[in-house]
Design a protein around this ligand. Structure first.
Ligand SMILES: Cc1cc2nc3c(=O)[nH]c(=O)nc-3n(C[C@H](O)[C@H](O)[C@H](O)COP(=O)(O)OP(=O)(O)OC[C@H]3O[C@@H](n4cnc5c(N)ncnc54)[C@H](O)[C@@H]3O)c2cc1C
Length: 391
């Protein structure tokens, strides 16, 4: 074995999760290498753009508790690096008492916040109008919850911080370096990884290749039921005299199916809101099928929604962009070791919600890959749940 090219931990995928795993592995004293097939901070995967929602408001108590654990780690990283990564600005969840969707449900969130003793403010429809002057029209029965420890996460700053501090802790991070695991054997003590920069070996593997999961997992003989959604996001000019919170609407379409829009007051573009929706008209089986061209139909749906719901919004989208959701079969994330490979840890099917868990999941992946276990309860993310692995 070439000792120079042998690592304790090798990581495939240098989005937010892979970079965080590299940071925690190197900080734990592991000789760490990360392979990213694109450049770092690329706009082809899921970690693109400027802002993400951080929230602890979840329908399932364990997700809320994991979000709180993640918040503690975000705070720790901010302190250790001196870089501010979260801007605490509260989050308004509002809408109908719909059945809990993949994003949860208002009633379920309220019950979970109450059970866990997490403070929140509740508003009926009149209270929403009174406290949020940007509302123009709200359907009957709408109500809302505001949770103050929510925050906007600064995407680019966060990626750079994990990248730079992983290197400071001694990790080797290789960009434009696609990686392929060669002929892995269940229970192996060492894995061989082929890259354009040569052949590497590692005692443990972490794989966080998101939309490319099935390509990367193929040598293990494991394929997941994944769907790649090309999501659309754009900036819309707003009346700057109105205070805009970070908001998420739990609405319904005419067939009572979830219809969900959300938006931020973007730090990078004052005088606008950045808005998007939880649906896409572009579903694929492989990222090579994605055009990365924004969909005018979806952008119009977002603009039409904004002018109906809010005052002082211009529905013309500006700087529209796309970004990928990697959806699992049940809309829940996958965070586990690969069956038969206790030293190979994976995150996949992040289903549009893993950014807030960046430090926690990086740490968990490092623990799983190097010890086969983690003290956190991640049973809801098991790869063995029904329908996740292709039969
Ligand atoms: C529009 C949008 C809004 C979102 N909003 C939120 C939000 O508000 N809150 C939240 O928590 N989350 C949100 N998310 C989800 C969040 O952004 C993702 O869960 C997160 O970015 C996933 O990161 P990742 O590192 O797993 O994947 P990625 O960032 O896609 O990284 C995977 C990387 O693996 C690399 N790769 C693939 N194959 C190989 C290979 N063979 N060799 C080497 N490298 C390889 C790819 O090039 C890629 O860079 C949102 C996502 C989108 C698209």
């Amino acid at each position: 074995m070439d000792q120079d090219n042998h690592y304790d931990v090798a990581i495939i995928g240098g989005g937010t999760i892979g970079l965080s795993a590299a940071y925690y592995a190197a900080a734990a004293g592991k000789k760490t290498v990360l392979f990213e097939k694109n450049v770092f901070y690329n706009d082809k995967g899921s970690s693109d753009g400027y802002s993400r929602m951080f929230r602890v408001m979840y329908s399932e108590p364990n997700s809320a508790m994991l979000a709180e654990s993640s918040l503690a780690l975000w705070n720790e990283i901010e302190q250790d690096t001196g870089v501010q990564l979260l801007k605490r600005n509260g989050l308004l969840f509002y809408g109908k008492n719909t059945e809990a969707s993949a994003e949860g449900g208002l009633l379920q969130c309220q019950e979970t916040m109450t059970a866990l003793g997490i403070p929140f403010q509740q508003y009926d429809r009149a209270g929403l109008f009174e406290n949020y002057p940007m509302f123009r029209e709200l359907p009957d029965g709408y109500w809302g919850l505001n949770q103050a420890s929510s925050a906007t996460t600064e995407v680019q700053q966060s990626l750079r911080t994990f990248h730079d501090f992983a290197i400071k802790k001694g990790a080797t991070l290789l960009s434009e370096c696609p990686a392929r695991v060669v002929d892995p054997k269940p229970g192996a003590q060492s894995y061989t990884i082929d890259t354009p920069r040569g052949r590497f070996t590692a005692s443990s593997l972490i794989m966080a290749p998101s939309a490319w999961s099935n390509q990367v997992f193929a040598p293990f003989g494991i394929q997941l039921n994944l769907s790649i959604w090309q999501m659309n996001v754009a900036y819309f000019r707003v009346d700057p005299s109105l205070p805009w919170p970070m908001w998420f609407e739990f609405g319904e379409d005419s067939e009572q199916k979830p219809l969900q829009f959300y938006g931020f007051p973007p730090l990078e573009r004052p005088g606008y809101i950045k808005a998007s929706c939880e649906f896409s008209n572009q579903h694929y089986t492989d990222p090579s099928q994605c055009s990365y061209q924004p969909d005018p139909r979806t952008l119009k749906q977002i603009g039409d929604f904004l002018v109906t719901r809010f005052r002082g919004v211009d529905p013309t989208p500006h700087d529209a962009a796309t970004c990928l959701y990697t959806m699992s079969a049940d809309g829940q994330m996958i965070l586990d070791t690969l069956p038969g490979y206790p030293n190979v840890a994976v995150l996949s099917g992040d289903s549009g919600r893993a950014f807030k868990f960046t430090p926690l999941f990086g740490r968990i992946l490092m623990q799983l890959a190097t010890t086969g276990k983690t003290p956190y309860d991640i049973s809801e993310f098991s790869i063995k749940r029904e329908g996740i692995i292709k039969a």
